[in-house]
Design a protein around this ligand. Structure first.
Ligand code: UD1
Ligand code: CA
Length: 506
């Protein structure tokens, strides 16, 4: 049997979230690389509802703009000045077709771990039971703050009493004076028959301890009207937990991460230390890829199979091919080819594309750089705005001087060319395929295939300089000793003066 599709899901996100002590709207805080309301919307969408509505009010513009971005098909419903979850649901219904029929789910924008599967199970239980309302409940150790589930003698749900109203009942010794003791709580997530919801909400008043229109009152009203009201109880308590402050935000973030990392391992990744591995919801990790400790995989990062990632690595929106190794690296919006190696201590900035079997080594920073298959940038280099052909080798300490103080320019290094160590390539400049640049060059003119560019001061060795200018120093003494030994012709301890002559630029 295929999963039932609800007529609508209404996500409530109008509340203020005062306890977050934040200028950011509560539902826009993120865990696992997605906003709280983004998680709620993703769970809702998974049920493939005919309509999806999100109710907003507090910081309306920011929240609505975010919803429009993540779920352009969603209906944004504005809650008016009447307070309460009941009024919120009513405002959403007003935005949906007047003849809406079937099952309407209500969820919260600040309950990020709720899974699509749970919503589907709730819908199935609701529809199979022929219920007017089905409430998702949980039995918790500490029910403080939650609405308590009231059951009748037959075990059906008789209603919900809010915490504050239960306290009042205890004080006044009225009908539900023992309700505060009940540990079965209302998660705030429900399946309603659309018509029952519409008709009941029209009757809900604000006559309660908080002066709000309670959605929970719909249960009692539905029952009075002869409808069946049942509970669907969930064991996985975290799925019903909301975020009210930043301590809970961190706790839910930690729990979500645990779930994501466990799923990644079930899907075939090898995670050495799940406690120090942080993975966002959209990340994919290939089979038998090893993720070492202190690694963060963020955003839309994808990692192929059989890779080694980490330790101490942060990859943001980065694509890594199969069999690659990325060690102690920070990367953002970068692509790393199959069997390429990166790190340790590499910084890959946006637009870095390393080809298959290429290498970016230690203390190398790259930006907007296409580095061809098998090309190597192994040591101590800044490589910005570069197009490097396959098999090229960039020597240690090369700087791609891409910025003239006003504009950025591109440097091309052709296939299998070789740039000697400690060179500066002053862009715009092109080194053709199959060319050399001598070590220590400052290159600002193009180099053709088959040429070597030598762009540095020629070496001069000045005889007698140490004696004239540094007489009496240890250096002078060493020079004298070496000259004496050379005269005695002991080749094992001396360096013949001729061998150091004229440098290497001949
Ligand atoms: C509500 C339930 C309570 C349940 C608890 C679970 C009611 C009356 N009570 O409690 O039984 O145990 O959730 O967490 O429904 N919201 C709006 N508009 C409003 C008020 C709230 O959109 O006017 C949204 C909030 O943004 C939030 C959700 O509804 O996402 C719940 O609001 P909150 O104030 O936390 O609910 P409680 O009244 O504490
Ligand atoms: Ca709450």
């Amino acid at each position: 049997m295929s999963a039932p599709r609800p007529a609508a899901v209404i996500v409530l996100a109008a509340g203020e979230g005062t306890r977050m002590k934040s200028d950011i709207p509560k539902v826009l805080h993120t865990i696992g690389g997605r906003s709280l309301v983004g998680h709620a919307v993703a769970a809702a969408r998974g049920t493939e509802p005919s309509h999806l509505a999100v109710v907003v009010r507090h910081q309306r513009e920011r929240v609505a703009a975010h919803i429009a971005e993540i779920a352009p098909d969603a209906t944004i419903a504005d809650q008016d000045e009447v307070k309460g979850t009941g009024r919120a649901a009513e405002c959403a219904l007003e935005m949906l077709p007047g003849d809406l029929s079937g099952t309407v789910l209500v969820t919260y924008g600040d309950v990020p771990l709720l899974a699509t599967q749970t919503l589907t199970e709730l819908t199935t239980a609701h529809e199979q039971g022929g219920n007017a309302v089905t409430v998702l409940t949980a039995v918790v150790p500490n029910p403080t703050g939650y609405g308590r589930i009231l059951r009748d003698a037959a075990g059906s749900v008789a209603g919900i009493i809010e915490h504050k109203d239960a306290l009042k009942a205890r004080e006044e010794g009225t009908e539900h004076k023992d309700a505060v003791e009940i540990r079965e709580i209302n998660s705030g997530i429900y399946a309603f028959d659309a018509a029952v919801l519409r008709e009941s909400l029209a009757k809900v008043t604000t006559d309660n301890a908080q002066g709000e229109k309670y959605l929970t009152d719909v249960l009692g009203l539905a029952r009075e009207a002869g409808g069946r009201v049942e509970a669907h109880t969930i064991d996985d308590l975290m799925q019903t937990e909301g975020v009210n402050d930043k301590v809970q935000l961190a706790a839910m973030g930690r729990e979500l991460n645990k779930r994501i990392v466990e799923q990644a391992m079930r899907d075939g990744a090898i995670v050495i230390d799940p406690a120090t591995t942080f993975v966002d919801v959209e990340v994919t990790i290939g089979r038998d890829t090893v993720v070492h400790p202190n690694t963060q995989l963020r955003g839309a990062t994808t990692i192929g199979v059989n890779c080694e990632i980490g330790p101490d690595t942060t990859l943001v929106d980065t694509e890594v091919g199969d069999g690659a190794s990325v060690v102690r690296t920070q990367a953002q919006l970068a692509k790393v080819g199959d069997e390429a190696t990166v790190g340790p201590f590499s910084f890959l900035r946006p637009g870095t594309e390393l080809g298959a079997k290429g290498k970016i080594g230690g203390f190398v920073e790259t930006k907007n750089a296409q580095i061809g298959d098998g090309a190597k940038v192994p040591h101590l280099t800044y490589c910005g705005d570069a197009v490097i052909g396959e098999g090229a080798n960039i020597g240690a300490g090369t700087i791609f001087a891409n910025y003239d103080g006003v504009n950025k320019h591109v440097t091309h290094v052709g296939a299998h060319s070789f740039v000697g160590s400690d060179s500066v390539l002053i862009a715009p400049v092109t080194i053709a395929p199959g060319a050399y640049v001598a070590a220590g060059s400052a290159v600002d003119g193009d180099v053709n295939s088959g040429q070597i560019a030598v762009a540095r001061g020629r070496q001069r060795n000045i005889d007698g300089w140490v004696e004239r200018r540094r007489s009496g120093t240890k250096t002078h003494e060493a020079a004298q000793n070496n000259a004496r030994a050379a005269t005695n012709a002991d080749p094992s301890t001396t360096v013949a003066p001729e061998s150091a002559d004229e440098g290497t630029s001949k």
